[in-house]
Write a protein of this length. Structure first.
Length: 413
């Protein structure tokens, strides 16, 4: 007995550990996903911050460049004005030279040599030569100064034009870089929004996982309590059976010693018959199928687990579905085989999987089981039932169904 109890408890613990580990693994996976998303989002936000700093730098450079462009263009305009003034000065000097030459011509002198030849003596010649030299030097200096100024102004204009071209090219580059950074920043923001959505999704799933873990823990604890109760109850039954057997043996010994009558012997053997009658089929005049007391108890426990909170009529309907399956050629031909049947490795009835089938049957469930075994069928030969509405996508195109309380019963034929 102790070994059986120990084995049962170990099986419960192993089952709970697998179920809890599965839920816990889902929870840990969701937390890891959330952490990964948060890390990615932080990286993206850092990149966006760096882009903002870069954009500010480019904007500052752009503003400075625009100021330089404005200043350079003003200088270019001023230089053009200076060039025009220089050209005007050169033209004015040329006009003066032309007038001097015209005066000389009108006076009968076609060149500086004639002026010197018309001198009245050596002193006059020297005087005229010095004057001519001064005039020539002065004219040459004026011309050279004007040409230097014009050349300097032209060089400055070229320099300003070159600088202006560079500034304009820099303006284009700054605009292009600014546009590229703005586009990249927008793309990063889109990614951040997607990561925010993923984090919310994983967070919602984490809440569901944690709620599922709590619910599973409650169910596991209840399953332990129920199985321990069943073990204790079975232990009590075993003890009672052992005591009955021992009492029977003692009764036989007493009867042999006292040599009681045959009638007394028959009376002492009656308990043995009562213990074996449970395994014999119960034959009722109104029974829909043959069943044993064990089958009746198993069916009542299934009704308790599946429809314990529903009306009596719904409980009878659940029992009727089991009876209909026993009668159908598509299912096993005994109540025990139908209730414990597996399809593709899965139990047909959830209470068999989660252990709720082991709960003690309710009084109404026992009564409903008897009534369904007697042939009462509120479902019109249904072979399936569901809690709530029937799922979509059933194989039959138009299955007949009936709703009783919160349960739906379906006949697929």
């Amino acid at each position: 007995m102790n070994k059986k109890l120990f084995s049962a408890i170990m099986a419960i613990v192993v089952t709970m550990s697998f179920s809890f580990n599965s839920v816990y693994a889902d929870s840990v996976s969701d937390k890891a996903k959330i952490q990964q998303v948060q890390t990615q989002r932080n990286d993206l936000e850092n990149k966006v911050e760096m882009m903002n700093n870069h954009i500010e730098t480019i904007m500052s450079k752009t503003n400075s460049n625009e100021k330089n462009i404005t200043l350079t263009q003003k200088n270019i305009k001023k230089t053009k004005i200076d060039i025009k003034k220089s050209e005007a000065n050169i033209k004015q000097a040329q006009v003066i030279f032309d007038k001097r030459m015209r005066v000389m011509y009108m006076n009968g002198s076609s060149s500086y040599i004639n002026i010197m030849l018309d001198s009245n003596g050596i002193d006059d010649f020297i005087s005229r030569l010095e004057n001519i030299k001064k005039i020539v030097n002065f004219d040459q200096k004026v011309i050279d100064d004007l040409k230097r100024k014009e050349t300097a102004i032209n060089l400055k204009k070229v320099e300003l034009d070159t600088g202006n071209k560079k500034l304009l090219s820099l303006r284009v580059d700054n605009k292009k870089n600014l546009a590229d950074l703005t586009k990249q920043k927008l793309a990063q923001k889109v990614l951040v929004s997607k990561l925010d959505a993923q984090e919310k999704q994983y967070g919602a799933q984490l809440v569901i996982d944690e709620a599922t873990a709590k619910r599973q823990a409650i169910l596991d604890r209840q399953a332990i309590v129920d199985r321990q109760a069943n073990i204790a109850r079975q232990s009590s039954v075993d003890k009672q059976n052992a005591a009955s057997k021992q009492l029977l043996v003692n009764s036989k010994k007493v009867s042999n010693k006292q040599e009681k009558s045959q009638k007394q012997v028959i009376k002492t053997t009656e308990p043995t018959r009562s213990t074996t009658v449970q395994t014999r089929p119960i034959v009722s005049k109104n029974a829909a199928i043959q069943y044993t007391a064990s089958d009746l108890n198993l069916l009542a426990r299934l009704i308790t687990a599946e429809a314990g909170g529903e009306s009596y009529n719904a409980q009878v309907a659940v029992g009727a579905v089991v009876v209909n399956r026993v009668k159908s050629s598509s299912f096993p031909n005994t109540i025990s085989a139908v209730i414990n049947q597996k399809t593709s490795g899965n139990y047909e009835f959830t209470p068999v999987l989660n252990g709720n089938i082991n709960r003690t049957a309710q009084a109404n469930a026992v009564k409903a089981a008897n009534e369904s075994l007697s042939g009462n069928d509120p479902t019109s030969n249904a072979l399936f039932f569901y809690s709530g509405n029937a799922p979509t996508g059933l194989t039959s195109p138009q299955p007949f169904s009936i709703k009783i309380d919160n349960m739906t019963f379906i006949n697929m034929s």
